[in-house]
Design a protein around this ligand. Structure first.
Ligand code: GLU
Ligand code: ZN
Length: 280
């Protein structure tokens, strides 16, 4: 059985201890399984991606002792692939043009019902205003997935979680998907694909069998599984790992430059020190 995993950072800032943990864990798992470790550059958001950060990613990971297959896949080279997949979903009648501004969505969602969540893994749950409006594509602020229709098409669907927290098989349920996630964004005029659409296309295109990533993305996994089913792609195994937190218990973010790998390097830390700090 082959094992192919990947580390997929966005080049929008320095890698910190949390990234190093994720990359080293995925690399260790690939090594242990006699498998393959891939590096992918998630530079979908061209307004935030910088060549300087991409260079720093290569530099930091090499310093940590990681090796990866080349050429490295970069999302910005695959906008046409995402578009093709979007067309496919649209031909299935599962997408629609949404003209809502952020303000519109907040106003429509203003009368939250008791027991109904306001936010999902994709931010504020869209109230569905434009679902049957048949807006022209030219007017769209974004393209959304009709989650109910998509789920009905995709079911039955499930995924296997190998990580420590939610270990086991997770079967997806239509009503839960609709009420806790809703009609997620698939693309915007200035962005060829949302994170959800691109990650599904990229993982399949590179033959990823095992996705190793932070627990913060566990909630988005069911979105990815629905898209995989709709597109006839195999669902990989998932392994969501603990998040590295700062002393106050907050999850590390890109702006936590104090924990940047480059900063530790400059201060004289060794790759073994980084491993120990990450708890590997
Ligand atoms: N580029 C995404 C991130 O930085 C990758 C997420 C994933 O591994 O699916 O969070
Ligand atoms: Zn709308």
């Amino acid at each position: 059985m082959t094992f192919i995993t990947r580390f997929a950072p966005s080049p929008t800032g320095p890698l910190h201890l949390g990234h190093a943990y994720s990359a080293m864990l995925a690399h260790d798992m690939a090594t242990a399984a006699g498998g393959t470790f891939l590096l992918r550059i998630d530079d979908l958001d061209k307004s935030r991606a910088r060549a300087q950060w991409e260079e720093q990613i290569y530099d930091d990971l090499a310093w940590l002792g990681l090796t990866w297959e080349t050429p490295v896949r970069r999302q910005s080279d695959h906008f046409a692939d995402y578009d093709k997949v979007l067309q496919k979903l649209s031909k299935l009648g599962l997408t629609y043009a949404c003209t809502c501004t952020r303000r519109d969505i907040e106003t429509a969602a203003n009368a939250p019902q008791e027991g109904v969540p306001e936010f999902g893994p994709d931010g504020r749950i869209y109230p569905g205003t434009c679902c049957n409006a048949r807006h022209a594509l030219s007017k769209a602020k974004c393209i959304r997935l009709n989650m109910r229709a998509a789920c009905e098409h995709a079911m039955p669907a499930s995924f296997e979680e190998g990580g420590p927290d939610q270990h086991g098989k997770h079967a997806l349920d239509v009503e839960t998907m609709v009420s806790t996630i809703g009609d997620v964004v698939l693309a915007r005029p200035n962005m060829a694909a949302s994170y959800h659409l691109s990650v599904v296309v990229d993982d399949a295109a590179t033959g990823v069998t095992d996705v190793v990533r932070g627990a913060d993305l566990f909630g988005a996994t069911s979105i990815h599984v629905v898209l995989q089913k709709l597109l006839g792609l195999r669902t990989p195994h998932y392994h969501h790992h603990k998040l590295i937190r700062d002393d106050t218990g907050k999850r590390l973010a890109k702006r936590d430059d104090a924990r940047a790998i480059s900063k530790y390097r400059a201060d004289g830390a060794s790759p073994a020190d980084i491993r120990a700090m990450a708890g590997l």
